[in-house]
Design a protein around this ligand. Structure first.
Ligand code: UDP
Ligand code: MG
Length: 333
């Protein structure tokens, strides 16, 4: 019997966490498989920590990782996968926008197709504003244009992955993880599962515009070198325009159809245009240098303050943040 883990990142989710646990627990207790829930408390400032501790104290099949501060949604999911020793894992949001009641169907689909990944595709999104829907739709399409890898459209992190994929995922060293992209990138057999995305149970989104923009730019920069190519293309275009203008003004002077020397408009326009092109190009370069800077520092992606209901380590200092639970076991043996 395959063991199943449900991985749930939580940030300030006091309004939903108890109901979220109740629904998830109900679903997994009906499965034949052994199952557990791994909550990652991403440095919540509200009562999420206390509530999760209560849940973990009353239910030993609930494991909890408390981060030392807010590291973000993607590091939280990463920690969940790194600490998962189950054969199958479902990554799901705490706010029940992705209904846990779909898990049995996802498992059936996995068994039928013998798939390594079942990724959930949103047919519709309830309770989200026009801007969120539009920006999300645009984002997935631009990502596909920019990236060298083909991603399934309208797919979040809500998915079922097997041990093979988790083991590969644990090997990723990069810090700015775009998880849905990385899981596509891994390959193996991946099948879609279509569903209606519901509205948030309660509370507000934990992805304000600033986090959304960071998420999108990280995804773009980590998965694509196209911005660099576009910057180079823009430089090339500027050179062509410069050459054409030179020819135009020279001929104009010879044949008398240009009054270039009397006007400064053309000069100002050209200076501004080329200044803009240069700054933009340097800016794009700077973004990649920023990423190199972060990657070279190689700081841990997240810091764990406390673990609940995880088996005790036998030896001190063996468990690194980036080593999967399963690898740790191997080391300890
Ligand atoms: N989340 C997190 N850390 C963050 C932001 C969000 O762990 O810094 C969690 C959040 O608790 C939720 C999931 O990530 O379980 C998705 O967040 P949310 O539902 O607010 O995003 P939306 O669905 O609005 O895009
Ligand atoms: Mg949500």
């Amino acid at each position: 019997m395959k063991k199943i883990a449900v991985i749930v990142p939580c940030y300030n989710e006091e309004e939903v966490i108890v109901e979220s646990y109740r629904r998830t627990k109900q679903v997994i207790s009906l499965l034949e498989n052994p199952a557990e829930i791994i909550y990652i408390n991403d440095g919540s400032k509200d009562r999420t920590r206390a509530l999760l501790d209560e849940i973990a104290d009353s239910d030993p099949s609930v494991k909890v990782l408390h981060f030392s501060r807010n590291f973000g949604h993607q590091p939280a999911v990463t920690a969940g996968v790194n600490h998962c020793d189950a054969d199958l894992a479902v990554i799901i949001d705490a706010d029940m926008q992705d209904p846990p009641e779909l898990i049995p169907e996802m498992l059936t689909l996995r068994d039928r197709e013998d798939a390594n990944v079942v990724y959930c595709v949103r047919k519709s999104r309830e309770g989200e504003g026009v801007f969120k829907k539009f920006s999300a739709k645009m984002f997935y399409r631009i990502m596909n244009y920019m990236s060298e890898v083909e991603f399934p459209l309208d797919t979040g992190d809500f998915r079922l992955i097997d041990r093979k994929v988790m083991d590969e995922f644990d090997r990723f060293k990069e810090r700015g993880k775009y998880i849905r992209g990385l899981i596509s990138w891994v390959g193996f057999k991946q099948v879609p599962f279509y569903y209606e995305r519901e509205a948030r149970l309660a509370g507000t989104t934990k992805y304000p515009l600033s986090k959304m923009l960071k998420f999108a730019s990280n995804a773009m920069l980590y998965f694509s070198k196209k911005p660099l190519k576009l910057a180079a293309g823009l430089g090339f275009l500027a050179v062509i325009i410069g050459l054409l203008l030179a020819v135009w003004f020279t001929l104009g002077k010879i044949y008398g159809f240009s009054n270039a020397e009397t006007g400064w408009t053309s000069i100002i326009t050209i200076v501004t245009f080329f200044g803009g092109v240069q700054l933009l190009t340097v800016g794009v370069l700077g973004q990649y240098i920023g990423i190199l800077f972060d990657e070279v520092k190689a700081r841990p992606e997240y810091i764990i303050d406390e673990k609940k209901n995880f088996r005790k380590k036998k030896e001190k200092g063996k468990e690194a943040n980036h080593v999967s639970a399963r690898n740790v076991e191997k080391v300890e043996k």
